[in-house]
Every structure is written in structure tokens, then in C-alpha cells.
Write a protein that binds this ligand. Structure first.
Ligand SMILES: [Zn+2]
Length: 286
């Protein structure tokens, strides 16, 4: 179901959405609790954490720098946290969950293996030739596009994988056009773009003109069902470093999004940094 919205004037975001963002912001602006670890209320029969050789103290130590609300969520249900984290960690070594932001980057040589050309898929709508994506997102991308189309909504893919060098050109062009400071709010430097992962897609016009269109409203409501989420939501520039981009979606998979919603207040960027910092010792033993 799409929004039954009256005036069609560029709805920036639904009230519920704005409220959600405000709550998230409130949650993350809390000062991180300094090494003040919440007591672990683990029932004695859950020690160590179910099915894992993870000492609860080590887990609590790893979350000590996270926002208080995230720490509280995890320490109130560590078994569930670890069991939801497990399927996500299976992919941790593939860069699928690499945080890619203003400070964390990919090497210039990184190119996801076996990129899939979208021209091969007649069922998909693209606005350029030669677009490619990481094969790991193909299934969900096809399902999402078909689901939208069955409801009369066309999802047009306008940008997908970008190499380091392509991103360097794009950023340089933005700097010429807007100056370095403004360019940095709207475009990523080479190595710092999620597009280099091949799991990120820009839809429609790649501009604010896309916000409020049927396709954008459909994505806002349903993309998460297919594992996609918006990377730069409105009101989050301080956290993400970028102005809102209603067209830019990164695939993280349903499991990771569920983990992000349940324990990280929906702030995937915090979850990704946590996974990146801790995947070596948290990885499921074989
Ligand atoms: Zn993008």
C-alpha cells in the first residue's frame, strides 16, 4: 500500500519517519558511558553465551564505547544479540559489511568479484547501459523490482557499482562545480563511496526531484523487506557526513537490518563499525 497522501507537494518525510529520526538522534547524542559497564544479567545457565565460546565480559567490553541505548539493548539480551549476529558475520570477511564512510575507506584496487551486468536482465529498468552490481544483491534486487512493478511502480536503476577511479572523477567534478566543502557534503571521495562495494544503488534522477515520487515512497516503505536501506536519511548529516539522499540505497540483507533495528536503533552505520572492529573474535567458530 502506498501512502494515501493528499497534497502531492514533495513530501519530505512522513511525520512518523521524522519522529523516528528524532528519537534515533536523541539516542545517539547521549554521551557514551565511559567503561561504566552495565551489570550483566545473564541467567546462570546461559554462561557462556549460548552456542558460542564468548565470555560475556568480553562481549560487554566490546560494546563499552557504543551509545548507551545500544549498550542497554545488547546487555539486556546478549544471547539474542549473538544469535542474530551470527548469520551476519558469515559475510563479514567479504567486505559486504565494510563500513564505508568519511573516515573508513576501501583500497583503490578493491573491486567486488564477479560483478553482474544489469543489461542481462530484461526484468530490470535501468537508465544507463553497462551498470553492474555485486552478485550477492541480485536475488533481492530482482524480487524488489518485480514486487514494485506488480504494484505499478517502476524502480529505475541509475547508478550501481563505481570503481575507485570513476568515483575520483565524479568527486573532482563536484569540487569544480561547488567547491570542496559543498562537494564533500554531497559526494564521496574516491575510496569512500559505498558504490565501490557494488551493493549500493541510486534510483531515479539521483537528485531531490526523486524524493516524494511514487518510486521513492514505495522504496521508503518496502526496500527493507528486500534488505535495502537508505544510507543518508534526513536529519542525520552530523552522523553520516552527507546531506540526505532519498535515492541512495545500500543492501545489507534482511538479517543485518533486523539486527540493526533490534539492537542499534536502526543506525546501520554504528552496527557496521562494530562488526568491523570485532568480527575477528566474534566470528562463529567452525
Ligand atoms: Zn549513491
Amino acid at each position: 500500500m502506498l501512502h494515501a497522501r493528499k497534497g502531492r507537494k514533495k513530501p519530505k518525510a512522513g511525520l512518523a519517519y521524522l519522529l523516528e529520526i528524532a528519537l534515533l538522534l536523541a539516542a545517539i547524542s547521549l554521551p557514551p558511558a565511559k567503561a561504566q559497564l552495565s551489570p550483566i544479567n545473564l541467567p546462570s545457565n546461559h554462561d557462556p553465551i549460548q552456542g558460542f565460546d564468548i565470555p560475556p565480559e568480553r562481549l560487554m567490553e566490546s560494546i563499552a564505547d557504543l551509545p548507551e541505548s545500544v549498550q542497554a539493548a545488547i546487555s539486556s539480551d546478549p544471547d539474542r544479540f549473538v544469535s542474530m549476529l551470527r548469520p551476519v558475520l558469515q559475510l563479514a570477511s567479504t567486505r559486504y559489511f565494510s563500513p564505508v564512510d568519511k573516515t573508513r575507506s576501501l583500497p583503490a584496487s578493491y573491486r567486488p568479484p564477479h560483478l553482474v551486468p544489469l543489461d542481462r536482465y530484461r526484468a530490470l529498468y535501468t537508465s544507463a547501459q553497462g551498470l553492474m552490481v555485486n552478485p550477492l544483491i541480485m536475488r533481492d534486487l530482482l524480487r524488489m523490482s518485480a514486487a514494485a512493478e506488480s504494484q505499478g511502480v517502476i524502480l529505475r536503476i541509475s547508478s550501481a557499482y563505481r570503481s575507485y577511479y570513476r568515483q575520483r572523477e565524479i568527486f573532482a567534478r563536484q569540487v569544480l562545480r561547488r567547491g570542496r566543502k559543498e562537494a564533500a557534503r554531497r559526494s564521496a571521495r574516491a575510496g569512500h563511496s559505498e558504490h565501490q562495494l557494488g551493493t549500493t544503488i541510486d534510483f531515479g534522477s539521483i537528485s531531490n526531484a526523486f524524493c516524494g515520487t511514487r518510486a521513492e515512497r514505495w522504496l521508503r516503505l518496502h526496500a527493507h523487506e528486500y534488505g535495502f536501506s537508505i544510507s543518508y536519511p534526513p536529519g542525520m548529516e552530523e552522523l553520516t557526513g552527507y546531506v540526505p539522499e532519498c535515492w541512495h540505497f545500500r543492501h545489507l540483507g534482511k538479517e543485518a537490518l533486523a539486527l540493526s533495528n533490534r539492537f542499534f536503533g536502526g543506525l546501520s552505520t554504528i552496527m557496521l563499525s562494530y562488526i568491523d572492529d570485532n568480527s575477528d573474535w566474534l566470528a562463529p567458530s567452525r
